[in-house]
Design a protein around this ligand. Sequence first.
Ligand code: SAJ
Length: 402
Amino acid sequence: MKACFMGLGYIGLPTAIIAAKHGNVDVTGVDINSKVVEMTNQGHLHIIEPGMEEMLQDVVKSGKLHASTTPEVSDAYFIVVPTPFKGEHQPDISYVEAATRAVIPFLKEGDLYVIESTSPVGTTEIMKDIIFNERPELKDKIFIAYCPERVLPGNVIYELVHNDRVIGGINEESTKKAIEFYSQFVKGTLHPTNARTAEMCKLTENSSRDVQIAFANELSLICDKAGINVWELINLANKHPRVNILQPGCGVGGHCIAVDPYFITAQFPQQAKIIAEAREINNYKALWCVEKVKNAILEFELKNKRKPVVAMMGLAFKPNIDDLRESPAKQIATAVYDNFKDYEILIVEPNIASHDKFSLTSCDEAYSKADVVAFLTAHTPFKELEWDNNKVILDFCGIFRR
Ligand code: SAJ
């Protein structure tokens, strides 16, 4: 069997590699970026994912996977391209459509076509109509389904294989055919449903997490006013057997949780009230942090008659990764850095070697030099630092929990 993965990004490439490794399938990985194609064929991973490069080299060497800038005749096609925004948080499915149009000429009777890209409800049906419009003779002769990815960056090798998945076809035969394919390399349970439910399920999962984080962030704002330690509060509330509150932070980042809820609010603005409000709260939290740091700097200066040295601890969007995409920590560090140009603002990010805007300072040096310290990302090395009463510490992500 041959499979063609359209898109070799954070999800497409690992999925193509795992399918080639564990499935009985020869894989073509397709990307419009020729550099990505070249690197992949040389066995070099262009993304960062622990353990994945060795696996890539394995499947390239054994001839089970090769990359190309154009699709090839296959038995199954997977659309794993980005779905960004356009305008005011409106989902843009043009990449899904372009990738679909690229495979249409290759489709033949009995083929499987699956969308994995996070997509607004109804996208699979829209693509089905495009396919049958171009190739009416294939109507009811190919299988079309939606199967969202669920993996956590950094833990992809394990999660791609062991997580349960939801698979929704445009009809039962399509669902069955897609489940057959995924069962070659997925050990988790494959749950059958229809395409619309599967699309909504992905959006629901990430919106649910966003809403829960917003609740924690809202509590942190309330506790700040009320003079209550939010970390202690949440820890105590979570002792209740049916309460499980997440952790507040300096906002929500990454390419998933801060994005997917907008796919629901754009389509269902009248109904999606909590989901929309959660987005607002999580976005506001980063702005609130900026104000807190600004005030701390100015208060220090007034009190001590000198400018403080300031340390901004963390740029990544979550702990112990090097990914700065849509990172509230980076947003806060940038705002403070740009607002206090003639101050010494030390930027710390232990997971990257260099940054094009900031020159980076080591964790220990910044912490020992700084008068005002803002913890933005809960990286493990920060947790080894000791609380210092002589510093103004803004602990937005619960390093010291005090
Ligand atoms: N965060 C908090 N408090 C918490 C947990 C997270 O503020 O208690 C923040 C993080 O710091 C980060 C953001 O939320 O800025 C998102 O991080 P995350 O670890 O919750 O999730 P992602 O974006 O790395 O991956 C998510 C996952 N979805 C869910 O957990 C429901 C993953 O399984 C999905 O595959 C991925 O989105 C995706 O691709 O959609």
